[in-house]
Write a protein that binds this ligand. Sequence first.
Ligand SMILES: Nc1ncnc2c1ncn2[C@@H]1O[C@H](COP(=O)(O)OP(=O)(O)OP(=O)(O)O)[C@@H](O)[C@H]1O
Length: 411
Amino acid sequence: MSKTDSSPDSFPEPMTEKLQSVEKEKQSVQEELELVKLQYEELKSRLLESTIINNNNLKEIQRLQQENAHLRRTPLFIASVIEISDGGTVILRQHGNNQEVLTKPSEEILQKLALGTRVAVNNSLAIVKILEKPADVRARVMEVIEAPNVDYADIGGLDEEIQEIIETVELPLTEPELFESVGIEPPKGVMLYGPPGTGKTLLAKAVARRANATFIRMSGSELVHKFIGEGAQLVRDLFQMARDKAPSIIFIDELDAVGGRRTHDGTTGSAEVNRTMMQLLAELDGFTDRGNVRIMAATNRIDMLDPAILRPGRFDRIIEVSLPDEKGRDSIFKIHTRKMTMDEDVNLEEVVKQTEGTSGADIKAIVTEAGMFAIRRRSKSVSMEDFNKAIDKVMHKETSTEPPAPSTVYA
Ligand SMILES: Nc1ncnc2c1ncn2[C@@H]1O[C@H](COP(=O)(O)OP(=O)(O)OP(=O)(O)O)[C@@H](O)[C@H]1O
């Protein structure tokens, strides 16, 4: 054997062994490579599969988004949740037509629902959106004053009316036992009627202050014109809030907007007003919280009211708040000029004489205008001339708008 022979047999023994082991290693690496190749192929096909699924999902999301946007664009109805069953079925009452419907919302929406939650529903009556809490609406429509800053001393010319209100509203709140011991029930609702600006709201605020009661005001016209479809619910909320905040005084301003003679012209507007009115009557009839919640209402048009609302057990005490006479005007002028610096020449008696036919609100406007004329002159004190100009301005504005004669409207 020559030295150049390179066959394994020709290698020395240890070399041959090494070569054999390298050969083995190579084989196992090749096998591993095959395995990895297989795994790679499998992963590749799985990736392809996932990409297809992903694409399909993206398409579905896009479709649902379009559908959702469409549903939100179409007119929606407002409804309130009135029942939630264990199985996740929900009964809604649609505002406007009061129809009750059964629906099964998605789990996500269901989590956010509670009794009374307001929702928007689409044509198929599926819940599309959850609306703000009714409390937020209540805050917008109701004026709630925990401690009004008006006192009887701030009201001029209404001494008899104040006396009547003390007996019918204040005493039942402050000394309910008086009524119990005599065995009579105080009137449930007290109605104030008379021309605008004569102090009806002032009376209600002042009695609330005296009785340490929360004053809750709701405007009848806002109720039916601004919160269409929600009037009846808001009346319910109003009485609930009064109970929650008792002792309290509910004051419904412009009651004629809600409690006008019922019309049956078939329009949605009149149906809405009727529903609100029916709810008000139901609340008045079902109202048993004697003593700590009192109800007052005001109207400029008592002739327009539905007689049903004036029936015993409802607004059965009617107090007229008319335009002030000379004595009344005198005390109202004194109230509003209490803090005013006036020249010595100011003759309030004369001012009172010149202002026949004005309301308390007009008198307040005259006093403010007189003050403005003084400020315009850079004077620190108001003169008789300022008053004369103010009377002319306020009273002239009134006559130029030609309002109907008070006696024909308010009698
Ligand atoms: N009798 C009064 N004494 C003192 N101020 C008065 C009197 N009446 C009206 N005013 C003044 O006019 C303002 C408006 O009065 P108020 O809101 O009480 O009238 P109203 O009768 O409720 O009117 P409306 O029917 O328009 O709601 C009061 O804030 C007050 O400044």
